[in-house]
Design a protein. Sequence first.
Length: 577
Amino acid sequence: MTTVAVDQSYQAESELVDLPLGQRLLRAGLINRQQLDQALELHKNHQVRLGEALLSLGLIAEADLLPLIGHHLDFPWVRLREGLVDPAIVRTIPREIAEQLNCLALFKVHSQLTVALAEPQNLETVDLLEELTGCQVRPVLSLKSSIERLLARCYEDDFKVDVVTADLDDNAIELKSEEVFFDTDSIQIIADGSPVINLVNYLIVQAVRQGASDIHIEPSQRSSVIRFRVDGRLREILKPRRDLHPAVVSRIKVMAKLDIAEQRKSQDGRFHVRVDDREVDLRVSSLPTVLGEKIVMRVLDRSSITFDLDQLGVPENRLTTIRKILRRPHGLVLVTGPTGSGKTTTLYSAVESIKHVGCNIVTVEDPVEYQLELVNQVQVNSARQMTFASALRSILRQDPDIILVGEIRDSETAEVAIQAALTGHLVLSTLHTNDSASTITRLRDMGIPPYKIAASLAGIVAQRLVRKICPKCRTSHYPTPDQAQLVGYDELPHQPFARGDGCPTCFDSGYVGRQGIYEVMAVNPSVREIISGDGSISDFRRQLKLQGGATLLEEARMLAEAGVTSIDEVIRVASTD
């Protein structure tokens, strides 16, 4: 069994060590005088230890109390949970002795037995346990209430540790929205303390900790397959038993307040949780398949995303061009790229950089992913005939200065957005195209006349996200002739390039994190002339070069030459051949 490291990292100020516990808590700012007096009254009247009194009154968290006591006693401490207890070791101490001494055997390494004690400094107790067990006892501090709570469970006949959720802290996840449980015979497995609830909580916590953007839970013939999308790529995490799949789906539906009885139609919902003290939104989508319902949860962790243009990794010369485009009083600014390339983040960062109290900014999105201050956000709702185009028309009657359209999906939305740009508004939106040059072609294909495109378009930002090489398993290699050709080299380069071999840190992928590459084209008189004259994609690319810009492939290749990413990643993300 893996040895659990006991936290000894708390560093208290030296002057607090000799003070009584109540004074140390006051000095640390964890409680106030009124709360201390309340706990002292319980301590005196009911012979309860002060720490336990504070805990029972809900005035302090165990995580804050234990380090103070442990530091004072000079003992390591531990917050008890089932994952710390080895079922094969716990009965080394008979139950009646464990109850009498307020102790719990946790695990054994060679001949050393780690035991949680409410009084670890009591040498008589330690000597008694060593004589009883025949082991060298390593005492660690835990609260009496925690030992009593877990002790009853650990001595049950069916006690075993779920290897999947063993290290999941009880307080790691907190559902913030009100839950409604349905009394349905088909999902009796959903009950408080169910392994299914633990499994779903585990998935959410691990997704947040691993930086996953999506959680996929899908049925297969023999199991349920759970995958995380991390840095744009899916990787398999778990394959639970097939019979657990309906219960897992139902649990997630309950959390998202979806109809658990409806299994023939797709549904969408969302819920909010606190994970490791981080506020996280999860957007849930269910889809009926021939083997059962598939669930995808989009993880929206605001703490892991920056909406600061300066922090997005845009090269300085490209960033200067973007800021010039955004300073225009009116016009259409398009951010283009495939799904998952960071377009929404760039748009939100643009809005954050130009918003102020004297500016009326309105957005129409599907859905609203993150809420922004000083911004009026409207969500598309097809059931209520609130489309991008209809919402945009309503927004134009709201005296906006800046309009953000989540996506231009059809010619109607494109027409209204361009009309808004022509009538004195700055309009920001996204479009699914490969690069800046093909954006013009896409707008033409939507039926927008070239003269309107030329008059309204202010700038285009095409972008991708490339994965960065893991620093732990970085190695070097020389590209093959085929690789060199695909990334645009005329001759085989003689310099080595970096790549990741794969290690536990990067889950054998060779990559950790992502960085954006940006192709920025400002629409100046020369570009407008090309647009009006039905110029080709080659004409636009030549104009991009004249502006001092670089293509996505060139930007990605420069990152590979700098050792930030690999040649393989450049080919995957930016190669046009």
